[in-house]
Each structure stands twice: as structure tokens, then as C-alpha cells.
Design a protein around this ligand. Structure first.
Ligand SMILES: Cc1cc2nc3c(=O)[nH]c(=O)nc-3n(C[C@H](O)[C@H](O)[C@H](O)COP(=O)(O)OP(=O)(O)OC[C@H]3O[C@@H](n4cnc5c(N)ncnc54)[C@H](O)[C@@H]3O)c2cc1C
Length: 219
């Protein structure tokens, strides 16, 4: 399915449609800034929405986990999933309580997850996940062994049917509320790395890598 076919009937944003974004590159930028998604799927009529990490490689999102986890077990049967990523950019304080809002960038991807069983693609996907969260880390650490790889499932979700929604800017009040005497505006929110804490068992000679010192999610 190409971007020109977006939105589909299932991915058309209904409320505040002017905030909808169906551009693939814009969707990729949001996916690349986040690394936590919520995966929604239904088993015997019961919906589950499970938070997990992900990585993007081209037009695919990869998720991984213990081969024994319910999410991975169910998903590898090729059932339909909804993958959602949300970046929260601010609290929007209006004059009226009903016009309060949030600034955000969010993505919804609908599709079928497929088990990655080709050994090379599996390793590449795991590296993608690692690089997506912390670029540079994969090359600095012990590589996965056969036992670890066997115990881990990797799933691929193609980014074929998708939407994004973006809210930016100040509060929008009803005209008669602009004179109401209260503070209004935006409290910006961002994900910031704190000061790294070395492991107490760290060899004193081990220097902190640049990617740890300068960790940021900003794109
Ligand atoms: C941080 C945050 C806070 C929010 N708070 C509220 C709230 O308090 N109340 C509220 O009603 N809404 C809230 N929203 C918006 C909410 O996500 C939906 O957009 C909203 O419920 C309207 O959905 P709809 O009826 O237009 O579309 P639906 O019929 O629910 O969905 C149709 C399709 O539109 C697309 N879509 C819908 N919403 C999004 C989205 N956010 N991002 C990407 N694609 C989307 C999907 O492809 C979906 O399949 C919030 C969103 C975010 C990110």
C-alpha cells in the first residue's frame, strides 16, 4: 500500500482532522524520536495493549521479547496489531477547563506482525532495535549467543497502513473566555536524559562513551 493511498477508511482521523498527518517521512520522524510503543491486539475477544520497545528499519517496525511472552506468542501467529507511539510535547492550559489539551505527536500503524525466522534478518533487527534506542551501544558490548537468540522472538510489522496526529501551539479558548482572569499557556514537556550513573562494579579505567554522555532523543 503506498502513501498516496493514505488515509484508508481505518486510519482517517475523524476529530480535529486538520491535525492529521499521512506523510510517510513525517511518520518516520516521530517513530525515530520515540522508542516505546503500545502494541494492541485481541485474543478471544479480549483486547490487550502492551507497552514495549521497538526499532524502525526502512518501512518496518521491529519488536522483540521473550519467545514465551503472551504478546510474542500470539503475534507470531500473524494476527492483526495496532502499534501506537506517542511523544508528549506539552500541557496546554486554557482559560476554560474543557479547552485544556496537550501538545503531542502520535503515530498509529495497523498491520499484521510476522515472525522473523531468518537468522540474518533476526540479528539485523535486534541491532536495529539497539541502535534505535542507543546508537553506538551494539558495537561496544558482548554479542548475543545462540541460547539468547533462541529464547528471543523478533516480529516485523510493515508500516503500510498508518496515520499521525500532531497538536502544536497555544490553547484555543472560546472567544468569551479570553477575558477570564487566570493564567493560560503551555508547559513544555520533553524527555531528557539525566546524569549517567556508573555501575558500582565498573572497572575504574572504563571511560564513559560519548553516546552515554550526550544521550538525547531530540531529532
Ligand atoms: C497525548 C494525547 C492525549 C490525548 N487526549 C485525548 C483526550 O483526552 N480525549 C480525546 O478524545 N482524545 C484525546 N487524544 C486524541 C486521540 O488520540 C484521538 O485522536 C481522538 O480520540 C479522536 O479520534 P477519532 O475519533 O478522530 O478517530 P478514531 O475513530 O478513534 O480513529 C480513526 C483512525 O484515526 C487515526 N488516529 C486517531 N487518533 C490518532 C492519533 N492520536 N494519532 C495517530 N493516529 C490517530 C488512527 O489511524 C485510527 O485508526 C489525545 C491524543 C494524545 C496523543
Amino acid at each position: 500500500m503506498s502513501t498516496s493511498e493514505m488515509p484508508t477508511a481505518r486510519t482517517r482521523v475523524v476529530r480535529e482532522p486538520e491535525r492529521a498527518v499521512y506523510d510517510r517521512e513525517a511518520v518516520y520522524r516521530i517513530l525515530d524520536e520515540g522508542f516505546l510503543c503500545h502494541v494492541g491486539f485481541s485474543v478471544d475477544g479480549q483486547p490487550f495493549v502492551i507497552p514495549t520497545s521497538y526499532g524502525r528499519d526502512g518501512a518496518n517496525v521491529y519488536i522483540h521479547g521473550s519467545a514465551a511472552s503472551r504478546m510474542l506468542r500470539e503475534l507470531k501467529e500473524g494476527i492483526s496489531v495496532c502499534v501506537t507511539v506517542t511523544l508528549l510535547d506539552g500541557l496546554v492550559l486554557a482559560r476554560s477547563i474543557f479547552n485544556h489539551s496537550m501538545n503531542y505527536r502520535s503515530v498509529v500503524v495497523l498491520g499484521k506482525a510476522t515472525l522473523v525466522d531468518d537468522a540474518e534478518e533476526k540479528l539485523r533487527a535486534l541491532r536495529t532495535l539497539s541502535d534505535h534506542i542507543l546508537p553506538g551501544r551494539w558495537d561496544d558490548v558482548r554479542q548475543p549467543n545462540e541460547r539468547e537468540l533462541k529464547a528471543t522472538s523478533v516480529l516485523r510489522v510493515p508500516i503500510e497502513e498508518f496515520s499521525a496526529k500532531v497538536r502544536v501551539g497555544p490553547p484555543i479558548d472560546d472567544p468569551e473566555d479570553y477575558s477570564f482572569p487566570t493564567w493560560a499557556g503551555v508547559i513544555p514537556l520533553e524527555m531528557k536524559a539525566g546524569k549517567p550513573v556508573p555501575d558500582s562494579k565498573l572497572d575504574a579505567k572504563q571511560e564513559m562513551p560519548e553516546y552515554v554522555k550526550n544521550y538525547t532523543r531530540a531529532s
